[in-house]
Design a protein around this ligand. Structure first.
Ligand code: GTP
Ligand code: MG
Length: 211
């Protein structure tokens, strides 16, 4: 697939942030809210961008982005957000073949994420997902818009809520991304902020990653 393909970028921010104790999208890292960091990083990689959230979203920097909630009030985990994203893309960007998802809480994801995932997308039905030495990163993926009905059925029919189960079912192509080399050692670009301790760790790496 070429870069000319229309891909809608969606930031998944629909979870409860229970381990953090407050909405992760609003958490500040180096002075910027995680939602704004994710948007800044994803926007140059896609043809349009939007946010999946189940409550109000505050954009502190730059423009306001379109926000849409899960279709079903019963939270189905990240796959519920993916389904809402496919539905959003179909309605607002009928030209799009895929949705690229990233979570709101991984501020250092690769700047060539979508480009590299796109390279293995050889058909409109192909799924692609990111991997690094720390394992598979199922919410960093390209999702075919044509699979909206299939995913809705999967969730309604009691299919596993684990994102990786759905990726396996569709034989998603896996792309391995390298660690980031820094003067302080190697760093996983998919580092994920779930707890206040993770946030402290991210703050400790920020200066070396943004040099
Ligand atoms: N739309 C939607 N997204 C979700 C849901 N649960 C988790 N997510 C998103 O999936 C990604 C990974 O989830 P987690 O890291 O577990 O985030 P979380 O569920 O908000 O946090 P915890 O409550 O601490 O597990 C994040 O981007 C979440 O926003 C859900 O029920 N609906
Ligand atoms: Mg969770």
């Amino acid at each position: 697939m070429t870069a000319a393909h229309a891909i809608v970028g969606v930031i998944l921010a629909g979870g409860l942030s229970s381990r953090m104790g407050q909405d992760k999208a609003r958490i500040r890292l180096g002075g910027a809210a995680l939602i704004d960091r994710a948007a800044r990083r994803l926007k140059p990689q896609v043809s349009a961008i939007a946010v999946n959230a189940n409550g109000p979203v505050l954009f502190e920097r730059g423009e306001e982005l379109p926000v849409f909630a899960d279709l079903d009030a019963a939270r189905a985990g990240p796959l519920g957000g993916v389904l809402a994203a496919l539905d959003y893309a179909r309605r607002h960007h009928p030209e799009a073949s895929h949705v690229a998802t990233v979570p709101t809480d991984s501020p250092f994801f690769p700047t060539d994420l979508v480009a590299r995932l796109s390279r293995v997308v050889d058909t409109p039905e192909r799924m692609a997902v990111a991997r690094s030495v720390s394992g598979l990163h199922p919410v960093f993926a390209l999702w075919p818009v044509t699979l909206a009905a299939d995913l809705a059925e999967w969730l309604a029919g009691g299919g596993a809520l684990r994102v990786r189960s759905y990726l396996e079912r569709h034989q998603a192509r896996e792309i391995t991304f390298p660690l980031i080399e820094t003067p302080r050692g190697e760093f996983d670009p998919f580092f994920n902020i779930n707890t206040p301790d993770d946030l402290d760790e991210a703050e400790n790496w920020l200066w070396v990653l943004e040099r």
